[in-house]
Design a protein. Structure first.
Length: 314
């Protein structure tokens, strides 16, 4: 087995009304946890890396560990660049053996976004690498993304058709109400499903049938992880994510890839905080990182079974 791009896995997800989980990875324990949970469910999976994670862990190390996960699980795994902010970062991912890249030009004016995204598509498609891009701006803070609520904009359906037509991308990340980070909603959680349906309908009418849509900022901010963090010294009052039932509804529509990062960070932090609070005399990293790995595995396992619906997608 070898790493795959996202084309076939997203096509299957669209046809069968589920979504593939795209989980952000930063170290060995997270990679192992995601791989183990995916194997348990016989599920294809996307492991994605931000620019910050590339700098933190080194792309050679990340690529080697994901290759090990492929060998160990015999699953379809895509190694994906998340929120590539510039051509240089995209090129680094391509040169490092990634099989899928996202170019996030949403911070540029529309015409510049089209131009730069098209450049990325030409670079990536020459090496059989799939390309995701973003239209609209999600609010929130996460690694390279920092967008205030007042600067967030929803994806325009007509512009989405023009963007896909002119760039040749393989999947489109849309803004329909999700946001990055642990504080996604101040009041009632709400996603603009009519907008999502309109985007898909207009794409189909333009000849882009079964075009995969991507949902960023889609962590549920699991209450159990938040509660453990707060119980053992954390200060995460008011943290609120996207309800699981909304994510399931999105997965049953045209959303074929759902990104989750905050949930994994919270699980790791909760496990480590609890470990040290209960074992102040311990200092072996295998203890606290082992607990963190298991908690992330349980979170990913639950997402695949009960949210994404991608069990037995291999």
């Amino acid at each position: 087995m070898a790493l795959v791009n996202t084309k076939n896995m997203l096509e299957k997800a669209f046809d069968n009304n589920y979504a593939i989980g795209a989980f952000n990875i930063n170290n060995m324990e997270i990679i192992q946890a995601v791989a183990t949970a995916a194997k348990k469910n016989n599920s294809a999976v996307i492991m994605q890396v931000s620019k910050s994670a590339l700098a933190y862990a080194n792309p050679k190390y990340l690529k080697a560990m994901v290759d090990a996960a492929v060998s160990d699980t015999n699953l379809d795994i895509a190694l994906h660049l998340d929120h590539g902010p510039d051509i240089e970062t995209v090129q680094l991912a391509i040169d490092s053996g990634f099989t899928s890249v996202m170019f996030d030009g949403s911070h540029f004016d529309y015409e510049i976004n089209v131009q730069k995204t098209k450049e990325v598509v030409e670079l990536a498609h020459a090496k059989n690498i799939t390309v995701e891009a973003e239209l609209g701006k999600l609010a929130g803070v996460e690694d390279e993304v920092n967008v205030s609520a007042e600067n967030a904009t929803y994806t325009d359906p007509d512009q989405a058709v023009d963007f896909v037509s002119r760039t040749g991308i393989d999947s489109l990340a849309v803004a329909i109400g999700t946001s990055h980070g642990a504080y996604k909603f101040k009041g009632e959680a709400k996603l603009d499903f009519p907008r999502l349906k309109t985007i898909t309908k207009k794409l189909e009418a333009a000849g882009f049938k079964k075009f995969p849509i991507v949902l960023h900022g889609a962590s549920s901010v699991d209450a159990s992880s938040v509660a453990i963090c707060n119980e053992y010294g954390g200060k995460l009052d008011g943290a609120k994510g996207v309800p699981n039932e909304m994510l399931r509804e999105a997965a049953a529509l045209s959303v074929c890839k759902i990104n989750m990062d905050t949930d994994l960070r919270l699980a790791m932090t909760a496990a480590i905080r609890k470990f040290f609070a209960l074992n102040p005399e311990k200092f072996d990293p295998r203890g606290y990182l082992g607990d963190a790995r298991k908690m992330i595995e349980d979170i990913v396992d639950n997402k695949i079974k009960n949210v994404l619906g991608s069990t037995n997608s291999m």
